[in-house]
Design a binder for this molecule. Structure first.
Ligand code: ZN
Length: 222
């Protein structure tokens, strides 16, 4: 056990300096309390490496767009490097989220799908395929996320997934309400999304009714 001659305390582990006064400890050290973790160090190196590559490609794309004037032939006025940068930053954000342990999978999934769909909306608006995103990609993505989140809800014994499930159900219903109010024809895909939403909600109540009630009480302090 090491000792600090100023604070008169014994310090376990193999620390070099006193945690209280930062003076050099005296005496024999023990096995370290916090062991070295080579796998974590390697992960951290990979993380920095991919971050450096991300910055490099962002700078390269901005250079090609603004300095070299390289454009898409069909969209000569479009600064595509902004859209590209937006995507790379989003991917970096998602990777950062993945590297942070202890966040519920349902939350990660919901946040990631939401970010990707927003970026897709912007991109498809700029590149003129908004109809594809609006009528096909988004409803299918929401329906798929609902199903995956439902599975996560079934697996999560602590009941931390149901909130995200309900949030997505809400998002699945918005377009239906909007189109119903505007008396517009609803694309088939949104109809399917709505049906998936209702099926998932029913299943969640049937299989996890009690957990839902408990999680609500906990989150809203009822
Ligand atoms: Zn000390």
């Amino acid at each position: 056990m090491k000792k600090c001659q100023y604070c008169k305390i014994a310090v376990g582990g193999n620390l070099e300096k006193c945690p209280l006064c930062q003076s050099r400890l005296i005496g024999e050290g023990e096995a370290p309390y916090f062991p070295e973790h080579p796998a974590l160090q390697f992960r951290s190196f990979l993380y920095k490496l991919q971050m450096f590559i991300a910055w490099a490609v962002i700078i390269a794309s901005l250079g090609m767009d603004f300095l070299l004037g390289m454009k898409f032939p069909s969209f000569p006025d479009l600064h595509w490097s902004f859209i590209f940068t937006m995507w790379v930053v989003a991917v970096e954000f998602c990777i950062m989220k993945q590297f942070r342990p202890g966040t519920a999978s349902a939350r990660k999934l919901t946040v990631m799908v939401f970010i990707i769909l927003v970026l897709l909306l912007v991109t498809s608006y700029c590149f003129d395929f908004l109809w594809l995103t609006k009528d096909w990609i988004i409803p299918i993505a929401i329906a798929a996320t609902l199903v995956v989140n439902f599975v996560l809800t079934m697996l999560d014994k602590q009941g931390n997934a149901i909130t995200y499930l309900l949030t997505e159900l809400f998002f699945g219903l918005i377009p239906f309400v909007v189109m119903y109010t505007l008396k517009r024809d609803m694309p088939m895909t949104w109809g399917i999304c709505l049906m998936v939403s209702i099926a998932v909600l029913a299943a969640a109540i049937i299989f996890r009714g009690r957990t839902i009630a408990r999680e609500f009480q906990r989150r809203f302090h009822l």
